[in-house]
Design a protein around this ligand. Structure first.
Ligand code: HEM
Length: 117
C-alpha cells in the first residue's frame, strides 16, 4: 500500500514538474502564452492530488487545511488557464497579469506541500 501511495506521489510530482516546467519554458523564451501541456499537467496534479487526499497507505494524519488551500489554488490556476487560452485564441496574445500568476501559484502549491507539514 505504502509503495503504491509513493508511486501516486511520484506521478503527482510529475504533474507539478510538467506544469511548472512548461510555464518556465514559455517565460524564459519571453512568450507570454499558455499551452495545452499546462492543462494536461494540471489535470494530472488534480487527479493524483485527490487520490492522495484519501488516508490510505499512511502512518500519519493528513493536513486537510493545507489540502483544501491547495485545491482552491489549483482551481484558481485552472481558471487562469481557461481564461488565458480563450483570450489567446480571441486576441492572439495574453496579458502578463494572467500569465505570471500561473507560475507563481504553481510554485506556491509546491511550497505549501513541502514546507507546511
Ligand atoms: C498545481 C497544483 C499542485 C502542486 C504544484 C502540488 C505539489 C505537491 C508536491 C510537490 C507534493 C510532494 C510533497 C512531499 O511529499 O514532500 C505534493 C503532495 C501532496 N499533494 Fe499536491 N500539489 C498540487 C495540487 C494538489 C491538489 C489539488 C491536492 C488535493 C486536492 C493535492 C494533495 C496532495 C497530497 C494529499 C499530497 C501528499 C501529502 C502527504 O502525503 O503528506 N495536491 N503536492
Amino acid at each position: 500500500m505504502e509503495i503504491l501511495r509513493n508511486v501516486v506521489v511520484l506521478v503527482h510530482l510529475v504533474g507539478f514538474a510538467i506544469l511548472f516546467g512548461a510555464w518556465v519554458v514559455e517565460a524564459a523564451a519571453r512568450r507570454i502564452r499558455v499551452t495545452r501541456l499546462m492543462n494536461v499537467a494540471l489535470a494530472i496534479s488534480l487527479l493524483t492530488g485527490l487520490i492522495l487526499s484519501a488516508p490510505w497507505g499512511l502512518d500519519h494524519d493528513l493536513n486537510y487545511a493545507k489540502i483544501g488551500i491547495k485545491l482552491v489554488v489549483l482551481i484558481v490556476i485552472g481558471a487562469l488557464l481557461g481564461i488565458g487560452s480563450a483570450r489567446q485564441k480571441r486576441n492572439g496574445s495574453l496579458s502578463p497579469a494572467i500569465f505570471w500568476p500561473i507560475g507563481i501559484l504553481t510554485l506556491l502549491n509546491a511550497a505549501l506541500a513541502v514546507i507546511w507539514r
